[in-house]
Design a protein around this ligand. Structure first.
Ligand code: NAD
Length: 424
């Protein structure tokens, strides 16, 4: 294994086998991992059939590597699974621009998940609340009894909250059990506990238990990342100020915030999918967290440092796992986790927050300077070329000419393709 570095300049120019060899050399990925990646577009049907019901096939999404990321002093190669062009290149580019300042520094609030139990038909919700809180020790035993392995690994029940929620049908008592799920995302783990506990709550309070399910608003599992981009490295004070203005727009206007946060999730969801984690859970948590003040806001912040540089930061719930779900079952996910070289779900989550910030900076910088289309269109032009039927060498030529005319449209692509074929 070579020195672990994510600075693989010219990586994009290499062929597929050379790229895999580079990744293997710096990450220590084993032969099985390389084979898994090589065969990732043809997973055995038995595996697909085990993952979902009524399986009839697979849907292949490209996995690429974002280079240049330094997270907490460690060079990390980021595997990203996405169908969208420009996403992976943007992370590598923006990560390069903050390498000299040390890359990304991260932290996480914990690895606790919340399961909710809805109690209804209670005439005295406040008394019920008090009765439930009195039973905390018993509740801890019931929850921990559901998952001895998790407890043995240092996880398990941590805390209890009881809220009175005024619904349109009347007040309901909502019990939160807070469970440290360690290296698991934890949905199954906490749902099992909630289902086991619920009848006891009904017996203690005289009410009726209704829903028992985790909350995807994982606000006890908030990952944070920050980085500094030197003004001199990103085009000067005007660019710094432009990004701060752009970020203010996102934080002040939900119409803009939705797109701003979507850009963050371009990176986060691609890493989530590459590691076999639940993209919908991560998306739901992020957007609910963005709206936690009652107004939908930006997940990231940008400020000008005392020295005139740009300080970016992000806070985002990150319920990612290294075990459970498809993480251990999907061979591509296993290979991607090996490339990342992470030892815990917390570490993976922190890296994901850094990737979200990198992606966000890339989009903001483009928007605040040349606009998003310039970078996007080159790759998009290739997709349009393929969509109109270009094949082989035709793809590059149609794409180049589309980009040159600045009109990346299907009708224009059809014309160009007809011209090329007319020449032949
Ligand atoms: P899981 O039940 O497959 O695995 C978790 C279990 O693994 C733990 O309960 C523990 O017993 C064991 N374990 C072994 N090593 C561990 C370690 N180092 N740390 C922690 N636990 C360890 O999976 P899960 O994480 O409980 O659930 C995730 C799955 O649930 C995902 O597939 C997700 O899509 C799905 N899901 C999600 C939702 C939702 O997000 N709303 C709802 C239901 C199910």
């Amino acid at each position: 294994m070579r020195n672990r570095t994510s600075r693989l300049s010219g990586f994009y120019k290499l062929g597929r086998d050379e790229r895999l060899a580079e990744v293997q050399a710096v990450s220590g990925l084993d032969e099985a991992g390389v084979e898994a990646l090589k065969n990732s577009s043809a997973l055995p049907f038995e595996l697909l059939d085990r993952l979902v019901e009524n399986a009839i096939g697979g849907f292949t999404v490209p996995v690429g590597i974002a280079t240049n990321m330094i997270v907490d002093g460690r060079d990390v190669l980021i595997p990203m699974a996405t169908e969208e062009s420009s996403v992976i290149a943007a992370v590598g580019n923006t990560a390069r621009q903050c390498r000299d300042t040390g890359g990304f520094t991260t932290s996480i609030s914990g690895t606790e998940m919340i399961a909710q139990i809805q109690m209804v038909k209670l005439t005295d919700p406040w008394a019920a609340r008090a009765k439930i809180l009195e039973k905390k020790a018993e509740i801890a035993d019931i929850c921990n009894g559901c998952d001895p392995l998790l407890v043995k690994l240092g996880g398990g029940f941590r805390d209890l909250e009881v809220r009175i929620v005024d619904g349109q049908t009347g007040p309901m008592v909502v019990v939160h059990i807070i469970v440290d799920t360690k290296d698991a995302m934890g949905a199954n783990a906490v749902n099992t506990m909630a289902e086991k506990l619920a009848p006891n709550l009904a017996a203690w309070t005289g009410g009726k238990h209704h829903l028992r399910i985790l909350s995807n608003l994982a606000d006890r599992r908030v990952a944070r990342a920050r980085a500094v981009w030197r003004a001199a490295d990103i085009g000067g004070a005007e660019v710094v100020e432009g990004i701060v203005l752009a970020a203010d727009f996102a934080d002040s206007d939900p119409y803009r915030a939705a797109t701003h946060n979507k850009g963050i999730m371009n990176g986060v969801s691609a890493l989530t999918l590459a590691t076999g984690n639940d993209t919908r859970a991560i998306e739901a948590g992020a957007h609910a967290f963005a709206a936690r003040t009652g107004r939908y806001r930006s997940l990231s912040r940008y400020e000008i440092t005392a020295g005139g540089d740009l300080a970016g930061s992000i806070e985002i719930p990150m319920a990612l796992g290294l075990v459970g779900g498809a993480t251990k079952v999907h061979p591509t996910a296993q290979a991607c986790l090996k490339i990342l070289g992470v030892g815990s779900a917390a570490e993976l989550s922190r890296i994901a927050a850094a990737v979200g910030l990198a992606q966000n900076f890339g989009a903001l910088k483009a928007l605040a300077t040349v606009g998003i289309q310039q970078g996007h269109m080159t790759l998009h032009a290739q997709n349009v070329a393929i969509a109109v039927g270009a094949a082989g060498d035709e793809i590059a030529e149609v794409a180049r000419r589309l980009a040159e005319t600045h009109t990346v449209r299907q009708d224009v692509a059809e014309q160009i393709l007809a011209e090329i074929r007319g020449r032949k």
